[in-house]
Design a protein around this ligand. Sequence first.
Ligand code: ASP
Length: 329
Amino acid sequence: MKIYVAYTGGTIGMVPSEQGYVPDAAFANTVSQALVAYQPEHEFSVHCYANLIDSSNATPADWQTIGEDIQSKWAEFDAFLVLHGTDTMAYTSSALAFMFQHSRKPIVVTGSQIPMVKRRNDALSNVFGAVDALIQGPQGVFLFFGGLLLEGARARKVNTSDLQAFQSPNFLPRGTLGIEWNWRKMHLPKAAELIQVPPMQAGVVTLLPVFPGVQASHWQGLLDDKVKGAVLLSYGAGNGPDQNQELLDLLKAANDRGVVIVNVSQCGTGAVAAGTYAAGSALVRAGVISGADMTFEAAFSKLHFLLGLGWQEEAIKQAFATTLAFEIS
Ligand code: ASP
C-alpha cells in the first residue's frame, strides 16, 4: 500500500521552547523512519507542511489546504494519514468527511496528547494504530485516537489530559483497538464517492452561545454582515430563553436576511428536539433549524462546506435534514 502522510503540526511533533511547546519540522523525518520500521512492506511518503501550526491557529482555509493536498495525491496513493493537533482535530476531521464523502480510500486523522520527544508519550501508539486502520480498516474519513476509530464527522475532543481524549457521543466507534481490532459491522449506503474541496473563508460561520442572561448585544457582533451561517449552542433538547424578545428578533432578522442558524445542544450527547418546550418552539419560529444529534464541530464545518460550494439558504437547510457523512443519525 502507498500511504501519504500529511504532517500539519500539533503536539505530536512539538518540542519545548521558552513560550511552551511549538511544532518542529524534524518530526517529519522521525515519524518517517518509525513508519518504515513498523510496516516495512508498505510505502510511506511523509510531507511536512511549510507552515506547521498549533491547531489552535487553524482556520477553515487550513481544512481547504489539507483537502486540496489529499485531492492532488488521490490517484497516486492508496491511503492518507493526517498528523494534526488535537485542539481542533474534530473540526478538521469533520471538514474532510464532508469533502471526501463515501470515499473509496481511507483517510485517518490523528495526533497525540504528549509530544514524541517526551520519553513516555502516546505519539507512536496513535500513529501506528492509525496506520493499522488504514491498512486493515474500512474506507472513509476517520479520527483515530487512544484506541478508537471514530467517524470523522462524529468525533469530539472530550478530555484535556486523558490519553483517550476523543469520543463520538452519538455514534459507536467504527473500530476499537486492543490486542486486536474489533470492527463494528455497519450497513453502508450504496452511495457514489463525491470529492469536493470548496474554498473556505474564515468568518462566514459563527457560534452563538446561549447562557443565563444572554443579551441581544452579546450576539450582535457575532452576526455581522459577513456571516452566512451560525451554530446556536442551545440548552438541553434545543431550548433558549423565549422571554427575551430582543434576542428572538435578532435571530429572526438574521434568518430573514439569509443566515442559516442551526440548533445544536450544549449537552454534547443526545439530539435537539426543539418544540418539546415553548422555550424551544420560539427558536423554531425565529427560523432556527435543528442540528439533530450533530456535534457542533460537524455543524460548523458542514455550514462552511456548503457555503463554500455556493449553496443557497434553502438548499443548505434541506441538507441539514439529511446526512452527508454519517454526521446525523
Ligand atoms: N495545542 C495543540 C494543538 O492542537 C494540542 C495538541 O495537539 O494536543 O496543536
